[in-house]
Design a protein around this ligand. Structure first.
Ligand code: SD4
Length: 319
């Protein structure tokens, strides 16, 4: 029997991404894989802080993109530290579908993209990214840890741009966490996921986060469910975040419970440190149930499962 399609994305910025994916899932009865890729491509085209070539650069002023994709057969593809290419998610898919490999990085990823007809873009920073980078250069402070609570109490959330459940911010108000993770189930009951990001703003050149790592930033198991997330990638990698969420769902936990277990595991490693960074996870299971959980308040996610245009929910959080 046909199941009801569902698509869930990180943040309120996931709503338009879901809409693109939904069109494929519903109107065209398409594959979850095509849906999540199309959604990711949409946000990679959008000019924003945290996904695609318009995103914030690393500390050398270069935008380096991370992305991965995974389908219902455990096929997966990933690129990390990819510059000058507009659609890392499609490069990841190309790698998945045309080579025996799973992951390409940096220069080699770019060569692969160019050889496969992806055009080379200029590498010029977007206006917003250039401004953020110039501001950051004044102090050049390498401080990737974000104290969300402090910033909230200083009232620095930019509600206008980022909606009521804004992502976490640097002290100067620069949004930091806006990685787009999208997971979907199609009418055939098959699951897929995509995750795409420019990574942590002003990171070391060459730094790779969780987002392109299968089992950290994204995991899909067609027998069980799918999970993705956003936040401080190092902390997600440390616990194989999305892999354990899927395993918890396999053992019978609901998507939200499973996300909570992963979050608590991160916190347990260093509770004092965990007060100062954000990680948020989202998950779906084969029954079409969804859930989320985060360390700090402020993580939101977008759910589209009927012809209702989708809804944004605020995730429950540990703090
Ligand atoms: C990373 N998870 O590179 C990403 C950060 C993020 O928007 O969510 N950025 O660690």
């Amino acid at each position: 029997a046909a199941v009801k399609p569902i698509v869930v994305s990180t943040w309120d910025s996931g709503l338009p991404v879901n809409a693109v994916a939904w069109k494929i899932l519903r109107e065209n009865n398409g594959r979850a894989l095509d849906a999540v890729e199309a959604g990711a491509r949409w946000i990679e085209d959008d000019i924003n802080c945290c996904v695609g070539l318009g995103g914030n650069p690393d500390r050398d002023g270069i935008v380096t993109l991370d992305a991965c994709i995974m389908d219902e057969k455990a096929n997966c593809g990933s690129v990390a530290g990819l510059s000058y290419i507009k659609h890392p998610i499609s490069v990841a898919r190309k790698l998945m579908e045309t080579t025996p490999h799973v992951m390409l990085v940096g220069e080699g990823a770019m060569q692969f993209a160019l050889a496969n007809g992806f055009p080379k873009e200029s590498g010029k920073l977007s206006k917003d990214a250039e401004k953020s980078y110039k501001d950051w250069l004044k102090k050049s402070e390498y401080k990737p840890v974000i104290n969300i609570e402090q910033q909230q109490s200083k009232g620095k959330k930019n509600k206008k741009e980022h909606g009521p459940f804004a992502p976490s911010y640097f002290d100067d108000g620069t949004p930091n966490h806006d990685t787009m993770g999208t997971i979907a189930m199609d009418a055939g009951g098959n699951l897929s996921g995509a995750c795409t990001t420019s990574g942590m703003a002003f990171k070391l050149h060459g730094r790779v986060g969780d987002s392109p790592i299968i089992g950290a930033g994204l995991f899909v198991d067609n027998e069980v469910g799918a999970a993705t997330g956003s936040g401080q990638g190092e902390e997600v990698i440390r616990v194989a975040g999305t892999a354990i969420i899927v395993e918890m769902m396999r053992m019978g936990k609901s998507p939200k419970e499973a996300c909570k277990i992963a979050v608590e595991r991160i916190i347990k490693i260093n509770p004092a440190k965990a007060k100062d960074f954000q990680v948020g996870f989202i998950a779906i299971n084969k029954a079409g149930e969804y859930g989320a959980y985060s360390i700090q308040p402020g993580f939101s996610y977008s759910v589209t499962l009927a012809e209702d245009g989708g809804k944004v929910y605020k995730a429950e959080s540990h703090y």
